[in-house]
Design a protein around this ligand. Structure first.
Ligand SMILES: C[S@@+](CC[C@H](N)C(=O)[O-])C[C@H]1O[C@@H](n2cnc3c(N)ncnc32)[C@H](O)[C@@H]1O
Length: 205
C-alpha cells in the first residue's frame, strides 16, 4: 500500500498549517511562464494543486502512486486535457517526449543516488528544448536559522511517522540536478528560504 494512503485526506491541510500558502505558491510559481509549452509530465502531483493553472492547449500526464491522491486530483477544475496514472514513476512506461517535466516535492522522497537515476530518466523523457521544474525543500544543513531547522525537522519526522517517508536527511537537491547535466534558468526561494522553486534546461555541451 502506498505510503501516502493514510495521510492523503489531510495532506493539504497539514501543508497549509505548517507552511501557509508557501508550498503551493512555490509549486505554481513557473506555470504562467510556461503557458506556451504543450506537453507536461507531472510526477508525484498529489492532489493536483497546479492543475487549475493550465490552459486548454496543454496536455498533461499526471502521475501519483497513491490512488487516493489521484481521486483528489481528478476533482480539480482544469482546462487542460489531463491523463491520470495511479502508478509509480519508475513503472510509468511511455514513448512520449515532454516539453515540461515537473517534480513538485517529489525528489526528497529519494536518496541522492536514487534521485540521480530519476533525473536521468527525466532527461531522456524531455525534449531537447524542454524544461524541468523542481520544487522542494533545501537540506537542513543549508538553513542558518534554528527555528527553520526545527520546523523542517518536525515536518520530516511527522511525515516519516504518517507516511513512512523514507529519508530523514534531505540531500542538496539543486546541486544534484546540476550534476545530472541540467542548467539552472531560475531559482526562487519560498517559506523564508526553506523551500525553492527552480526552472532548468538540459545543459549544452
Ligand atoms: C510530498 S508528496 C507531494 C504532493 C504534491 N506534489 C504537493 O506538493 O502537494 C509526494 C507525492 O508523491 C507520491 N509518490 C510517492 N512515491 C511516488 C512514486 N514512486 N511515483 C509517483 N508518485 C509517488 C505520493 O503519493 C505523494 O502524493
Amino acid at each position: 500500500m502506498n505510503r501516502y494512503f493514510f495521510v492523503a485526506p489531510f495532506y493539504d491541510l497539514l501543508k497549509r498549517i505548517s507552511f501557509g500558502d508557501a508550498l503551493n505558491n512555490a509549486t505554481i510559481n513557473y506555470m504562467s511562464e510556461l503557458s506556451e509549452y504543450k506537453d507536461f509530465l507531472i510526477v508525484g502531483g498529489g492532489s493536483g494543486i497546479s492543475l487549475p493553472q493550465f490552459n486548454q492547449d496543454q496536455n498533461i500526464q499526471f502521475i501519483d502512486s497513491n490512488a487516493s491522491m489521484i481521486a483528489r486530483a481528478k476533482k480539480r477544475k482544469t482546462n487542460a486535457a489531463v491523463h491520470y496514472h495511479a502508478i509509480r514513476f519508475e513503472a510509468f512506461d511511455t514513448n512520449q517526449k515532454f516539453d515540461v517535466i515537473c517534480f513538485p516535492f517529489f525528489l526528497d522522497l529519494y536518496n541522492q543516488n536514487e534521485a540521480t537515476s530519476i533525473l536521468d530518466r527525466a532527461k531522456s523523457l524531455l525534449n531537447d528544448s524542454g524544461r524541468l521544474v523542481v520544487t522542494d525543500f533545501y537540506s537542513i544543513k543549508k538553513l542558518s536559522n534554528w527555528r527553520q531547522k526545527l520546523l523542517l525537522r518536525t515536518v520530516i519526522v511527522f511525515f516519516n511517522i504518517t507516511t513512512w517517508h523514507r529519508h530523514s536527511k534531505i540531500f542538496n537537491i539543486p546541486n544534484t540536478i546540476k550534476a545530472s547535466n541540467f542548467q539552472c534558468i531560475n531559482l526562487k526561494e519560498f517559506a523564508n528560504g526553506m523551500v525553492f522553486a527552480s526552472l532548468w534546461k538540459k545543459a549544452e555541451h
